[in-house]
Write a protein that binds this ligand. Structure first.
Ligand code: KIV
Ligand code: NA
Length: 276
């Protein structure tokens, strides 16, 4: 099975919904890919989910590349996108191009994701002109959540909604191949989806979009600390994992595990000879 291209993703608009998810390691990436997911994002959400940081801000390029390489080894079909971490692209075009390029050169990604609207347009278009496809990300942008007033729905008032609509237009102009819309009202997503020619991929943005993305650990019910309303859990793995771990702990302490079927045997005569 050959892998999907940026062009394939673009051409799904108006034809077929785009299925996207995050992944952070090879094993999970393989499962996600085999399920038929079209786009896999190595999100900087790995900062919280895998590395134990409070938020995404401390995540470094080295950490992103390390995980992107692992995910690459698990993915055959999906389009692989690397998420540019905080301060890897904001400082200037040259640094943005150099860091974005690392996701392609070192980790085998097909594209990068950059957070931000109009204020990032010049940098995004410079990266695109360097030949690196960019996935945009507007609405609630976690790296700048502080300035947006925290993790809450964006674009509810007229000024906010106009800003996000304009962000979408400007980013299309800047050359992004698709746009993530995070945590905005459903009708605003619908309007943006109508007005731009590139696919929109929503998270907490309602159904009137060209595709959906979720954080894998949310979908699997693995991350219990913070669960936004839009993060639907299709299974609750954390309680199941906890149950398995406590069963193991108890069986080891009681001497119930391992049993004969988990053990290896040696012939009696070999045993008696070494005992002599
Ligand atoms: O880092 C991430 O997981 C993301 C997605 C939620 C879009 O940016
Ligand atoms: Na992210």
């Amino acid at each position: 099975m050959s892998s999907l291209t940026v062009k394939d993703i673009r051409e799904k608009k108006g034809r077929e919904r785009i299925v996207a998810l995050t992944a952070y390691d090879a094993l999970m990436a393989r499962l996600v890919d085999e399920a038929g997911c079209d786009l896999i994002l190595v999100g900087d959400s790995l900062g919280m989910l895998v590395l134990g940081y409070e938020n995404t801000l401390p995540v470094t390029m080295e950490e992103m590349i390390h995980h992107a390489k692992a995910v690459r080894r698990g993915v055959r079909r999906a389009l692989l996108v690397g998420d540019m971490p905080f301060l890897s692209y904001q400082v200037g075009k040259e640094e943005a191009i150099r860091n974005a390029g690392r996701f392609l050169k070192e980790a085998g990604c097909a594209a990068v994701k950059i957070e931000g609207g109009q204020e990032m347009a010049d940098i995004i278009s410079a990266v695109v002109r360097a030949g690196i496809p960019v996935l945009g990300h507007i609405g609630l942008t976690p790296q700048t959540a502080q300035s947006l007033g925290g993790f809450k729905v964006q674009g509810r008032d007229e000024e906010g909604a106009r800003k996000i609509l304009e962000d979408a237009r400007v980013l299309e102009e800047a050359g992004v191949f698709a746009l993530i819309l995070e945590c905005i009202p459903a009708a605003l997503s619908g309007l943006i989806t109508e007005q731009v020619s590139i696919p929109t991929i929503g998270i907490g943005a309602g159904p009137q979009v060209d595709g959906q993305i979720l954080v894998l650990h949310d979908l699997l019910g693995l991350f219990e600390e913070f669960r936004p309303r839009f993060a639907k859990a299709y299974v609750q793995l954390a309680p199941q994992i906890r149950q398995a771990l406590s069963a193991y702990t108890e069986e080891v302490r009681k001497g119930v595990f391992p049993r004969e079927e988990h053990s290896f045997q040696i012939k009696e005569d070999v045993l008696s000879r070494i005992k002599e």
